[in-house]
Design a protein around this ligand. Structure first.
Ligand SMILES: *Cc1c(COP(=O)(O)O)cnc(C)c1O
Length: 362
């Protein structure tokens, strides 16, 4: 086999990108399998959403509406933004790829905190830009260090708020002070994939920050709180020059017809969905408090997951979870991210954590 890096026709950057590793199927003692590894909603689709998808499926022979007219109108209405401030993509990861396609290139820099969302290095590398990773400070974005890392070559700064995988969120005062420091030639992307789970009123909604800041844009997704991870639909809210650039770089028809229909139906069912989100938030607090009471160190989280920094014990803890049929997300030698599931699923995780012979603060 010829490796990507040694073939004359592949870009050098591919040599640094690992191939996709399929997730292993986890099975516990009684065949049980609990997935707390991808920050998904633990609930299946709402009947009204399934109906909309089934109805849309009668048009599988037709191309989707590439302009997503109905969904764009529904989003503009829901979030009270002009339609020309919106751009859609295949998941917010798709939108971010479009955004980097529109902004980044070899010789430029993309700045983000680390550790943060795994898609950032991948997408930055694919764009040809250089990643500048700024270490977290106490599991939280170090906004001073992020601002200090901006150079003439910087095109984009990514701020994941709340941060994946630590769950921590930056507050309004710190974030606006940071935005005030960012020069005009840099676009700041606030990735708010977990916005619906935020309960701390000091954590700002990016949609209130971007209107008077032309170089700030917000990413949102239907994958988490809206429970549509499989369908791949996300969106950007930004000023028209940003949104139109991100629409230009979309692969034609990237947001398929079923996804558009499901997203529209989900916006119409927000009361039902927000009750589910509320239940997840309650469970998040219960899980975190139980872990803390049990001697674990868990940063406060505003997302639908908790973070245990386990350092060298990370893979051992993940293996203990796996043996009990619970899939979590380990980041080797750093820590484990655990999604909030149903109360029963969370109880299983708590039982594993309780029985584990050590604690992460020891
Ligand atoms: C899950 C997640 C997303 C959403 O990705 P989609 O492509 O919309 O499924 C975006 N950003 C972060 C930080 C995430 O954790």
């Amino acid at each position: 086999m010829v490796s990507a890096s040694s073939s004359p026709y592949f870009r050098d950057v591919l040599g640094a990108i690992p191939g996709y590793q399929p997730g292993r199927k986890i099975e516990g003692p009684d065949g049980r399998s609990i997935k707390l590894s991808s920050n998904e909603s633990p609930h299946g689709p709402l009947p009204s959403v399934l109906d909309a998808v089934a109805e849309a499926a009668t048009l599988l022979n037709r191309y989707p509406d590439s302009g997503a007219v109905e969904l764009t109108a529904a989003l503009a209405n829901r979030f009270d933004v002009p339609e020309d401030h919106l751009a859609l993509g295949a998941g917010s990861v798709g939108v971010l790829q479009q955004l980097l396609e529109a902004t980044a290139e070899p010789g430029t820099e993309v700045v983000y905190a680390w550790r943060s969302f795994e898609a950032y290095p991948l997408l930055a590398d694919l764009s040809g830009a250089t990643s500048v990773r700024v270490p977290l400070s106490e599991e939280t974005h170090d906004l001073d260090a992020l601002a200090a890392s901006i150079t003439d070559r910087t095109r984009v700064v990514l701020v994941c708020n709340p941060n994946n995988p630590t769950g921590t969120a930056v507050r309004e005062e710190a974030l606006t002070a940071f935005l005030d420091r960012v020069p005009d030639h840099v676009l700041v992307v606030l990735d708010e994939a977990y916005r619906e789970y935020v309960r701390d009123p000091r954590v700002p909604d990016g949609l209130t920050l971007y209107p008077d800041r032309p170089n700030v844009a917000v990413l949102r997704t239907f994958s988490k709180a809206y429970g549509l991870a499989a369908l791949r639909v996300g969106f950007l809210v930004g000023h028209p020059h940003v949104a139109s650039a991100v629409r230009k770089t979309m692969v034609p028809f990237a947001v398929n017809h079923l996804a558009q229909a499901a997203a529209v139906a989900s916006l119409a069912a927000e009361d039902e969905l927000s009750r589910r989100v509320e239940a997840t938030v309650k469970e998040r607090e219960r899980v975190r408090e139980a872990l803390v009471a049990d001697g674990w160190v868990v940063p406060p989280t505003e997302a639908n997951f908790v973070w245990l920094r386990l350092g060298p014990h990370t893979s051992d803890f993940a293996a203990a979870c796996e043996a009990a049929g619970v899939a979590v997300r380990p980041f080797a030698d750093e820590g484990v991210r655990i999604s909030i599931g149903t109360p029963e699923e969370n109880d299983e995780l708590l039982a594993v954590a309780h029985a584990y012979p050590r604690r992460n603060g020891d």
